[in-house]
Design a protein around this ligand. Structure first.
Ligand code: SAM
Length: 241
């Protein structure tokens, strides 16, 4: 279904929420808004394959409709492991459960409607957090990354994808202009782009690449690499030694 959530002029733009009207259009919204989304999701499976071990758990934190879970389950189907997919939006997890009923996966996917901050992470060989840390209050971000680190087995890894900002005003402006052009080329109007930007203010709080790398190191990860970037969207892999 096509995303028209912000297409009509609104008297006042409410804070962005992952509610029923967003869930209905979510795949279209994220594909037309995040350059490189399909690539990063596809690579969730390819990267997971290097880390997932038999009889361990793989966590999809902020799973939405399960794009990363399905990419992993379809790519890594030669091991006995479980996927635990977590999201605190009941509309998302209910829709994900319905989609899952129509998919054939040989890997069990346990969908949990809960906050990632309250999720126990244990016996994990891989965790993926695609475009979700950015919605968690900055003061809680070290806590969740430390929790993931503690729950990973040695040799396990976290894949983290995020929208980012830049230290240099010039670079920020250059990238923003290109992201704007990307959204326009995908059919979004100026009104839609501007109303969505207002809705996301103080809801999606992006950080710089060095803030992310610094957090990985502070939280225990010996190795952390940025493996992908398209404009202001990046993906990292951090490995527990
Ligand atoms: C941009 S979407 C993630 C997209 C998804 N990972 C994918 O790649 O298709 C962000 C998701 O994180 C969820 N979320 C945000 N904060 C959360 C939290 N504290 N705990 C659990 N889920 C959260 C939202 O409900 C939303 O479904």
């Amino acid at each position: 279904m096509k995303d028209r959530v912000y297409s009509e002029k609104m008297d006042s733009v409410e804070r962005f929420r992952f509610n029923a009207s967003v869930v209905d259009v979510f795949p279209d919204m994220i594909n037309r808004s995040v350059p490189g989304y399909e690539t990063m999701i596809g690579f969730s499976g390819i990267i997971a394959d290097r880390y997932i071990q038999p009889q361990t758990n793989c966590y999809d934190l902020g799973c939405s409709l399960g794009a990363s879970s399905f990419a992993i389950a379809n790519h890594v189907n030669h091991f006995d492991y479980s996927i635990i997919a977590v999201d605190n939006s009941p509309e998302m997890t209910e829709r994900f459960a319905k989609i899952k009923q129509r998919q054939i996966t040989t890997v069990p996917i346990d969908i949990r409607c809960m906050d990632v901050m309250d999720t126990d992470i244990n016996n994990a060989s891989f965790a993926v957090m695609n475009f979700t840390l950015q919605f968690i209050a900055p003061e809680l971000r070290d806590e969740i990354i430390k929790k993931i680190y503690a729950g990973l087995n040695p040799g396990g890894a976290l894949m983290l994808s995020e929208k980012i900002i830049f230290d240099s005003e010039k670079e920020q402006s250059f990238i923003e202009q290109n992201h704007y052009a990307f959204k326009k080329s995908n059919g979004y109007s100026e009104l839609e782009i501007s109303q969505k930007r207002t809705a996301l203010e103080n809801v999606l709080i992006a950080e710089t690449i060095s803030e992310h790398i610094g957090r990985f190191q502070r939280c225990g990860f010996a190795e952390a690499y940025k493996w992908y970037q398209c404009l202001n969207f990046v993906s990292f892999v951090a490995v527990k030694k």
